[in-house]
Design a protein around this ligand. Structure first.
Ligand code: PLP
Length: 398
């Protein structure tokens, strides 16, 4: 890459052995569900400390499978922080349940126990049976799961971790405090399969349910067949026979993509180590730009380092986020906003009315994700920091 190559905010790291793994999968017997799916699931469970992993074709599908397996439905409510991707809230709505949006910490963007309690009270006041909460490990920084679990235990809520930003943090996926953790293997995430996702759980029954729901709700286990006459001939199960006790989806992750995931997984530790190095370099290089530009505060706790986000005081700079992003882009630096407030989307405003969440407004109004992925060189990082310093010095203009 030349020094002036455009740097996006995120990108996949695909190496020659990944390409070879996919090519081999293309020549194998199964393009869709074959033996590689189970191998990928086993490896993913091992990598995350999970008892069970269910591969599916997106992080959104993983969240939806979790919501379905918990039997969320009409009349139920689930708490979702509004500073997240659309999919976290949509997964709840896709079951017919309603979303109670939670506020977040204005500095970290994370849902706190107090914010969970407030959203819970709002949901109950709206007449919903509050059944679940979906904490989001935004940017890779972990929510205080112990504190959230305490609130959840009092209110009899199931927790589903949106861990799409936190793959690679030790024991995220082991579900010590949650029913399910949902991961994405979209290209900008920690490892890539193109589209893809995984739901992990320590509950064998939830795992079984999610794997059935991922494939049309089909059951092939003869012991659980309901229609005995159709299922058996002289006590022997008919070989073509399957049953659908409840409706499911086609959320399967094909063998070809599982082969890519299997090739990527062993690289996770290396990718994460490089992400930590880059984050430390940014921390140092950007420190002089405070207080108008500050990295999202992150402390010493384990961090998934999915995104490197900074908080900007656009008013003090005398500019807008659009102009600031355009000034970066003019110098070859990509950036992105993660995220706009989900509760302010037209669909949700029409459904729930306007809602004031000051922490969400403060965080989502100031955040900006800058180039951050394992294949960035130290020079790329230094160039990005220099452009940021120049644009800040120029009052946020090109
Ligand atoms: C990427 C992402 C999702 C959805 O994942 P897809 O694989 O794109 O469906 C959900 N939540 C968060 C926080 C994400 O970053």
């Amino acid at each position: 890459m030349t020094a002036s190559a455009f740097l996006p905010y995120g990108r996949q790291t695909i190496e020659d052995d990944d390409v070879a793994a996919v090519a081999a999968a293309l020549r194998a017997d199964h393009l869709t569900t074959g033996p590689t799916v189970a191998r990928f699931e086993t490896a993913f469970a091992q990598a995350t400390g999970a008892a069970h992993a269910v591969a599916c074709n997106s992080g959104t599908a993983a969240l939806h499978l979790a919501a379905l397996a918990l039997d969320l439905g009409p009349g139920d409510g689930a708490v979702v922080p509004s500073a997240t991707f659309l999919a976290t809230a949509n997964a709840v709505r896709m079951t017919g349940a309603e979303v109670a949006f939670a506020d977040v910490d204005p500095e970290t963007g994370l849902m706190t126990a107090a914010a969970l309690r407030a959203a819970l009270a709002r949901g109950k006041a709206a007449g919903l049976r509050m059944r679940a909460a979906f904490p989001v490990h935004l940017n890779g920084q972990l929510c205080d799961m112990a504190a959230l679990a305490e609130v959840a235990a009092d209110a009899k809520l199931a927790l589903v971790e949106d861990a799409c930003h936190a793959l690679g943090v030790a024991n995220v996926g082991a579900c010590a405090y949650s029913a399910v953790a949902a991961f994405s293997t979209h290209p900008v995430k920690a490892i890539a399969t193109g589209e893809g996702g995984v739901a992990t759980t320590s509950d064998a029954r939830l795992a079984q349910r999610m794997s059935e729901l991922r494939s049309h709700g089909m059951v092939r286990d003869a012991a659980s067949f309901e229609h005995r006459d159709a299922a058996f001939d002289d006590g022997v199960a008919n070989p073509w026979y399957y049953e659908m006790p409840e409706i499911g989806w086609n959320y399967r992750l094909p063998d070809v993509l599982c082969a890519l995931g299997l090739s990527q997984l062993p690289k996770l530790a290396r990718f994460q180590a490089r992400r930590r190095e880059i984050a430390a370099l940014y921390d140092t290089l950007l420190a002089p730009l405070a207080p108008v530009l500050r990295p999202v505060p992150h402390g010493k706790a384990p961090h998934g380092w999915h995104l490197y986000a900074v908080l900007l005081d656009f008013a003090a700079l005398g500019t807008t986020r659009r102009r600031f992003m355009e000034a970066l882009r003019a110098q070859g630096i990509g950036s992105q906003v993660h995220y706009g407030p989900v509760h302010a989307q037209p669909y949700y405003v029409r459904r729930y009315g306007a809602l004031e969440l000051p922490g969400v407004a403060a965080y989502t109004g100031r955040c900006l994700s800058i180039p951050f992925y394992p294949s960035l060189s130290d020079d790329d990082v230094r160039r990005t920091a220099k452009v940021l310093a120049d644009v800040v010095a120029a009052g946020g203009r090109a």
